[in-house]
Design a protein. Structure first.
Length: 842
């Protein structure tokens, strides 16, 4: 009896070419032992007509899942990451908590066990090199044997686990991380920042990967999303995403070449774009080439010169290596705009003779000389993509540059020389991929229609047959999703089982390609070689992830797997990581909440004390005593209380501060003096058409805020609107219009205080106009939408609103100790800022 691990060979052919069947989308037609079917069987004109029809009808290739919640697009980069979403019908970059449009893909752990992500992690890398993880994308979904060279470029320790997979050692907390876990922490930050920006919890995303990522790397990226608590609806190729952003609103048909040189990977794709259809014709690349490699040439040059002069190898010093790496990146960036840069690294190391320094100059010419072989490696994928697309360079209409490393002048010159065209500069290389992912996210969320994306598989897929030969089932650049089958037979008499070894790559022999995984089909009836018929079916979904099925046609016995490969994580390991990530997220949130609450409380104490001092004798004694009592309670809570105790004390103090403000306005002679406002529990009723002194109170409370709004008629002048120490005077006699402006003011104020957006002012009308949907959402949160709809002139996104934060003006004649801003910003409103109150609001 033949061994169960015996190989198989193609049915009826000594060349292992197997007879194929092709199934596209929902077609159930199967053809065995016949001619291969391909798009080349159809006239080009008929195919273009089909594409045009699909675009007009909004069809998409593969199953289109429409979700009824916000879906974001994420560019998970080697060096930096970005997140975007569809806003107002256009893809928009989401700024992070630090106000930046991109986030460093860096994670660090401190000696106290705190986790840092993004810019804050990058800043401390020099003093904590062994626990700061960067360029992790180069390790995701890979075996240790594949990343020997990359592991030498980082300051942290990359080790091999018992299965030969990559692990990242973190001595600060005594733990070893999978690359997926580190990437998940970057994803978690991006999603948290997006949730705050959009004022809505984000749980679904489209994530981009390099076009030349293999199946294991794509699956690992999806696992990273799962660990981050994110449902990855779709994985798309980065060049394809860039084309979506570039051609989103273009109607003319164009053939474009996307040249994507990121921090750790390089991709080239050729696409046809126009009329809502984005068809990838070919893709090529190198997942071992990126901006990090250009940095390394500078690092090696600096370290080599230092070793020659001082006899010390800086590459063995983790801290020195980290400093060299950061300096090299900075020098590379400076050489994009300068012809030479000065490199200064004082105290890079020390010997018995004293400290040692690096002081040198690097010219652009020397840098290009150091990187000449890397520049040569950029040519081959461009040539391969054009050849596979059956195009010549004259057929390319536009060249799109993607990735920060495309700013290197030598790279731009190379592209121009190879294509004969100046690269398109209308897109931001750092943001265009995230913007394109947001477009695809909009398609899946139902926000974008008439977009058809036809992506391809970058590498051929096949299996091992007799003689160590790879038989290709799905050739590279096949449009996704796709399904193909071939029939094979046994290679020996009496063989009762076969082992299916699934491969990915372009080489002829198994040893030169990547094995994605293997499985066994048992129970084959004994028969002479070549008699059993075993159908092997390959299915690739829209994410480019493969599943394989083997069926013995004689017995109907079936075996199938979704290829996860030995280099990716098993499900139980992913589940464990998900739970750990949730635990960390909860702890991080509690720590952040405690810090933010304490900082806010400190500000409230300072502003309240300042206000009491400025008002002096104007504050009635009993009111002042109550405020001071609550102030003392808040100070005690800050000193030793829990976060909740601080929040409670702050809320109590704010209530007394509001009463203080009301008491000032109710004093005889105060502007708009009238009867005191009611306690926060319900508004007083008034027609709004009284004599001078009638007060209309609108009381509003939600889970975060409690406020009382007073609208006071001022005779022929108009109305005065008071809320939390702020005063507005409106020159209209229409109470309804005054109320509308009142609500607009409140929404703008809380929008500024809690959303993190730039505050809309008269000097920045575009900023205000850019956020109409968020403003409308805030209106719905803060008061009943029906009431808002009944207000006159209720378009909150039409332009800039009053700017209470613009600073005191020169006229101090209104309010108690206040100053007036005379700019009415187009609404007939004069905003009066009460000094010292801002910290007491909210």
């Amino acid at each position: 009896m033949a061994s169960s691990s015996a190989q198989i060979h193609g049915l009826g052919t000594p060349s292992f070419a197997g007879s194929a069947s092709l199934k596209k989308q929902n077609s159930h037609r199967t053809v065995f032992l016949g001619q291969r079917l391909s798009s080349s069987s159809f006239p080009r004109s008929a195919f273009l007509k089909l594409r045009s029809t699909a675009a007009r009808r909004g069809y998409n290739v593969g199953p289109l899942r429409v979700v009824n919640e916000k879906v974001v697009g994420i560019d998970l980069g080697t060096t930096n990451s970005a997140v975007a979403a569809m806003e107002g019908g256009k893809p928009t970059i989401i700024t992070n908590a630090e106000g930046q449009r991109t986030t460093p893909s860096v994670v660090a752990y401190t000696k106290t066990g705190d986790r840092l992500v993004g810019q804050i992690a990058k800043r401390q890398a020099v003093v904590n090199p062994e626990n700061t993880f960067f360029s992790v994308k180069r390790f995701i979904g890979r075996k240790m044997s594949e990343v020997d060279e990359e592991s030498k470029q980082v300051s942290y320790k990359v080790i091999r686990d018992e299965n030969g997979n990559v692990k990242l050692d973190c001595p600060a907390i005594g733990k070893q991380f999978a690359a997926e876990e580190i990437s998940a922490q970057v994803l978690r930050k991006l999603v948290d920042d997006a949730s705050k920006f959009l004022n809505d919890k984000v749980t679904k995303a489209v994530v981009t990967v390099p076009a030349y990522f293999n199946d294991s790397q794509r699956t690992a990226t999806k696992d990273a999303g799962r660990i981050a608590g994110l449902e990855v609806l779709r994985i798309i190729n980065e060049p394809t995403a860039a084309s979506l952003a570039y051609g989103f609103e273009k109607k003319n048909n164009e053939t474009i070449l996307v040249f994507d040189l990121g921090g750790g990977t390089f991709d080239v794709s050729v696409l046809e774009v126009g009329d809502g259809v984005f068809e990838v014709l070919s893709t090529s690349g190198d997942t071992h080439l990126g901006g990090d490699d250009f940095d390394k040439r500078i690092v090696d040059w600096l370290a080599g010169n230092f070793k020659r002069d001082e006899g010390i190898d800086l590459l063995k010093d983790k801290q020195a290596l980290q400093r060299l790496t950061e300096t090299a990146e900075k020098a590379k960036m400076e050489l994009s705009s300068l012809t030479q840069t000065n490199i200064s690294l004082p105290f890079i190391t020390a010997t018995a003779d004293g400290p040692k320094h690096i002081e040198t100059t690097l010219t652009r010419a020397k840098f290009e000389e150091l990187c000449s072989d890397l520049l040569d490696r950029l040519k081959t994928p461009v040539e391969n993509s054009l050849r596979d697309a059956k195009l010549n360079i004259k057929d390319i209409d536009e060249v799109i540059l993607v990735g920060g490393s495309t700013r290197i002048p030598a790279v731009q010159e190379l592209v121009k020389k190879m294509t004969g065209k100046d690269p398109n500069v209308t897109v931001n290389p750092d943001e265009v991929v995230a913007l394109g992912a947001a477009v695809q996210a909009g398609v899946l969320a139902g926000d974008v229609s008439d977009i058809v994306l036809l992506d391809v598989t970058p590498l051929s897929l096949g299996l091992e047959t007799l003689g160590g030969v790879m038989t290709k089932i799905i050739p590279r650049n096949t449009t996704l999703p796709t399904s193909k089958s071939e029939v094979f037979s046994t290679a020996a008499d009496g063989q009762t089982s076969v082992e299916i070894n699934v491969l990915q790559g372009e080489r002829e022999f198994v040893r030169d390609n990547k094995s994605l995984g293997s499985f066994r089909l048992d129970g084959i009836p004994p028969a002479p070689r070549g008699v059993p018929q075993i159908e092997v079916k390959f299915d690739i979904d829209a994410n480019g992830i493969l599943s394989v099925t083997a069926i013995d046609k004689g017995t109907g016995k079936k075996q199938d797997i979704t290829i996860t490969g030995a280099s990716t994580l098993p499900n139980d390991e992913v589940d464990r990581m998900v739970k750990e990530a949730e635990k960390f997220a909860k702890e991080d949130k509690e720590k952040r909440d405690a810090i933010d609450t304490k900082n806010q409380a400190d500000s409230v104490v300072y502003q309240t004390e300042k206000q009491l001092k400025e008002l002096g004798d104007k504050v009635p004694g009993p009111v002042k005593e109550k405020v001071e009592a609550k102030l003392g309670e808040l100070k005690d809570a800050i000193s030793g209380g829990s976060t909740q105790a601080i929040k409670d004390a702050m809320a109590a103090l704010n209530q007394e501060v509001m009463q203080l403000g009301q008491s000032l306005y109710n004093q005889p002679g105060a502007a708009g003096a009238g009867p005191a406002a009611p306690e926060s529990g319900g508004p007083t009723e008034s027609s709004g058409k009284g004599t001078d002194g009638d007060v209309i109170d609108a009381d509003f409370t939600d889970s975060k805020f409690s406020l009382i709004v007073r609208v006071v008629p001022l005779g022929n002048f108009g109305y005065e609107i008071q809320f939390r120490g702020w005063t507005l005077r409106h020159t209209t006699n229409s109470f309804t219009h005054a109320t509308t402006v009142c609500w607009r003011f409140i929404v703008y104020y809380y929008y500024y205080l809690h959303s993190g957006y730039p505050y809309p002012t008269s000097s920045a009308p575009k900023a205000a106009a850019a956020f109409p949907s968020q403003l409308i959402d805030l209106v719905a949160r803060f008061f009943d939408k029906k009431q808002a709809d009944e207000q006159e002139d209720g378009d909150l996104g039409s332009g800039p609103g009053p700017d209470p934060g613009s600073g005191p003006g020169s006229d101090s004649g209104t309010g108690s100790g206040g100053s007036e801003n005379d700019c009415d910003n187009g609404y007939g409103v004069r905003a009066v800022e009460r000094q010292g109150c801002e910290g007491c609001l909210g």
